[in-house]
Design a protein around this ligand. Structure first.
Ligand code: C2O
Ligand code: CU
Length: 467
C-alpha cells in the first residue's frame, strides 16, 4: 500500500518531550481540503524490540492512525480509501454529528467495499477529546488497529502544544512470540464472557511509555481507552490529578475525585490535569490487581518555572434535558455466560439452545439480539428522553449512545459523585440500574450499543430514531 502523493504528514505533535512512547503524526489536509485516511495492512512491533512484528490493519500505516486536530465549529472533510480486503467505514466517536456521516455500516451508510472510497463531511460542534474507529465488524477491525484520535480544540485553548498530551491506551492480545494473536479474534468464549481482553498495553502505539514534564507547569493528559473490552481502573489521587473532562465534555471546574478508583470503560475518555512537583516522578497505574501496575511513566524535571493558575476548560453548549417532561424507556440487558434472562429473539425468530454456536448471538436488549427492523423507540426531535438500563447479566458493560451526549441522572448502588456529568458512554455493573437523559435533538437513526465490541457483535446492539 502506497501513501497518496498529495498526503503530507506533518511531523509530530511537539508535546512535552516524549521520551519513549512513540507519538503519532498529525494529519495534514490534501490540496482539496480533505484529510485522507487509507485503511490497509501494515506491520508493526507491538511487543519489545526483540519480538517479531505483527501484521495490523491501520490508517495510513500507523496505529493509532494519524491525529486529526481541528477547531470547534470547524467543518471536517475526510476521504476514507479502503485498501483492505474487507468492507469498512469510520465512526467519529462522541461527535454530535450529522446522521449520514456517523459511519455506522448498514445503519447510516453502506459499508465501503475494498478498493472504494467514501467522503465524510461534517461539523464538530463541541471541543474535546474524541476518537475515530472502524464501524464494520468492529470487533475484528478495531482489534487489529483501525482507530485514531480526533482532537477538537477550544476557541482559545488553555494548554499549548507542549502541555497537551494525548494518551491512547490499548490492550492487545499477543501470542507467545509477542505478535498479535489473530487466531483468537472472534472466539465465542470472549463474546459470551468479558470480551477480548489482552495481555499487553501500549500507549500511543508504543510499549514502556515515558514522558518528561516540567515541574510547576499545568498539563492536560487526554486518556483515551481504545481497547476492545478492557475497563481500566485508575486512581487519579495517586498522581495528584484532577479531572478536567469526561468523554470530551468539560466539567465546570477541574475536580478532585473523592472516591477511587475511577473506571475508564472502552471508548471512554478522561482528561486529567496534573501539575508535577519538583523531584516527584510519577506513574499512571492500573490498580485492578493486588499490586498497582504502572504503565505510563512521567519524569519530572525542575524548571523553576512559574506556577500557572489551574485552568478550567470552556464548556460546550449542550441542550439541557427537561427532566420534568421526559419520555421514559426501559432497556433490559440479558444473556451471556452465567446469566439467565430468558429467550433471545434473533432476526425475528427465537433462538434454540445451541443456536448461539452458529449465530454467535448470546446477549439481548429487551429480549432481542442485534439490530431489529423496528427501533427501540422513536421520538420527536427536541424531546427529552430518559432511558433506564437494567444490567441483568453477570458482566459490566460500556453503553454508548450515538449522536448525543447525555447526563447520568441516577445510578443504582452508588451516588454520582462526579455530579451528573455529560457522557457519550457509560458503564453499568452487573445487577445495576442506570438512568440517562438527553434531548433527542439530532434527527436520524442512531445506534445504542455496548462498546465492548464482542458484546456488540454478539447481540448488544439496538437503535432509536429521532424524527
Ligand atoms: Cu465508538 Cu458505535 O461506537
Ligand atoms: Cu457489554
Amino acid at each position: 500500500m502506497q501513501l497518496n502523493r498529495r498526503q503530507i504528514l506533518q511531523s509530530s505533535i511537539a508535546a512535552a518531550a516524549i521520551v519513549a512512547a512513540p507519538s503519532f503524526t498529525r494529519l495534514a489536509k490534501a490540496a482539496d481540503g480533505f484529510f485522507e485516511l487509507t485503511a490497509g495492512k501494515s506491520t508493526k512491533k507491538l511487543y519489545r524490540e526483540d519480538a517479531p512484528a505483527s501484521e495490523l490493519w491501520t490508517y495510513n500505516q500507523s496505529s493509532p492512525g494519524p491525529e486529526i486536530r481541528v477547531k470547534r465549529g470547524e467543518r471536517v472533510k475526510v476521504r476514507l480509501i479502503n485498501n483492505l480486503e474487507e468492507a469498512t467505514s469510520i465512526h467519529w466517536h462522541g461527535i454530535r454529528i450529522d446522521n449520514k456521516m456517523d459511519g455506522v455500516s448498514n445503519l447510516t451508510q453502506k459499508p465501503v467495499q475494498p478498493g472504494e472510497a467514501f467522503e465524510y463531511d461534517f461539523v464538530v460542534p463541541d471541543a474535546g477529546t474524541y476518537w475515530y474507529h472502524a464501524h464494520n465488524r468492529s470487533w475484528n477491525q478495531v482489534a487489529r488497529g483501525l482507530y485514531g484520535t480526533l482532537i477538537v480544540e477550544e476557541d482559545e485553548p488553555e494548554f499549548d502544544a507542549d502541555h497537551d498530551l494525548v494518551l491512547v491506551v490499548d490492550d492487545w492480545r499477543l501470542n507467545k512470540k509477542g505478535q498479535l494473536d489473530v487466531e483468537s479474534i472472534g472466539d465465542l468464549r470472549d463474546w459470551s464472557h468479558g470480551g477480548r481482553l489482552g495481555n499487553w498495553l501500549t500507549v500511543n502505539g508504543g510499549s514502556d511509555a515515558k514522558f518528561r514534564l516540567n515541574a510547576g507547569e499545568a498539563y492536560r493528559l487526554r486518556f483515551i481507552n481504545t481497547a476492545n473490552a478492557r475497563v481500566f481502573e485508575i486512581d487519579p489521587n495517586r498522581f495528584d490529578a484532577k479531572v478536567l473532562a469526561y468523554d470530551g465534555q468539560a466539567l465546570p471546574e477541574p475536580s478532585t475525585l473523592e472516591y477511587a478508583p475511577l473506571l475508564i470503560g472502552t471508548a471512554q475518555r478522561v482528561d486529567f490535569l496534573v501539575v508535577p512537583k519538583a523531584g516527584r516522578n510519577f506513574d499512571i497505574e492500573e490498580v485492578t490487581g493486588d499490586k498497582p501496575y504502572p504503565f505510563i511513566n512521567f519524569e519530572v524535571v525542575d524548571k523553576k518555572s512559574p506556577i500557572l493558575q489551574m485552568p478550567a476548560l470552556a464548556l460546550n453548549n449542550l441542550p439541557e434535558p427537561d427532566l420534568a417532561n421526559t419520555k421514559n424507556y426501559k432497556l433490559h440487558m440479558s444473556g451471556g455466560a452465567m446469566g439467565g434472562g430468558g429467550d433471545i429473539i434473533y432476526k425475528g425468530k427465537k433462538l434454540k439452545d445451541d443456536e448461539y454456536r452458529t449465530t454467535g448471538q448470546v446477549w439481548a436488549f429487551n429480549g432481542v439480539a442485534n439490530i431489529a427492523d423496528d427501533p427501540f423507540f422513536n421520538v420527536e426531535r427536541g424531546k427529552t428522553v430518559t432511558v433506564e438500563t437494567f444490567n441483568d447479566t453477570a458482566f459490566t458493560h460500556a453503553m454508548h449512545v450515538h449522536g448525543h451526549h447525555f447526563r447520568i441522572i441516577a445510578r443504582g448502588g452508588s451516588t454520582i459523585d462526579e455530579g451528573m456529568p455529560w457522557r457519550d458512554t457509560f458503564l453499568v455493573g452487573p445487577g445495576q440500574k442506570t438512568k440517562i437523559s438527553f434531548v433527542a435533538d439530532n434527527p436520524g437513526k442512531w445506534l445504542f450499543h455496548c462498546h465492548m465490541l464482542e458484546h456488540a457483535a454478539a447481540g448488544m446492539n439496538t437503535w432509536f430514531e429521532v424524527v
